[in-house]
Write a protein that binds this ligand. Structure first.
Ligand code: CU
Length: 116
């Protein structure tokens, strides 16, 4: 019986789980298989620091403002608008796509993160 279960699981893995029930199971198992990671973007001297790479859907992007001025992380597509007073942080959980953002107080501050 155990052997049959293992075989069945292997078949599911091979087929990629096309049936809705299998897809739901795979989706539930995903968070455990891929730990959620936090990617920090430091703001300093009127700039966003280096953009994180290797970001996956479900990860967290955190902006931390080390500057003496207030900044923001504002999505170009309007999905989020985080005000960041000096020495504060804000975070979002990302979905797949290209995350383009800027500072609404200083629009020359821009950043882009690719989420896979
Ligand atoms: Cu700013």
């Amino acid at each position: 019986m155990l052997r049959m279960t293992i075989l069945f699981a292997s078949l599911l893995a091979l087929t990629g789980g096309f049936a809705p029930a299998n897809a739901a199971t795979a989706a539930k198992q995903q968070p455990a298989a891929q730990a959620q990671r936090v990617h920090v973007i430091v703001i300093d001297q009127m700039q966003y620091g280096p953009m994180p790479t290797g970001v996956r859907a479900g990860d967290i992007i955190e902006w931390t403002n080390h500057d003496i001025l207030e900044h923001s992380a504002t999505a170009r597509d309007g999905q989020f608008d985080i005000d960041l007073k000096p020495d504060t942080s804000g975070r979002i959980t990302v979905t797949a796509g290209t995350l383009a953002f800027f500072c609404k107080f200083h629009p020359t501050m821009t950043g882009t993160v690719v989420v896979k």
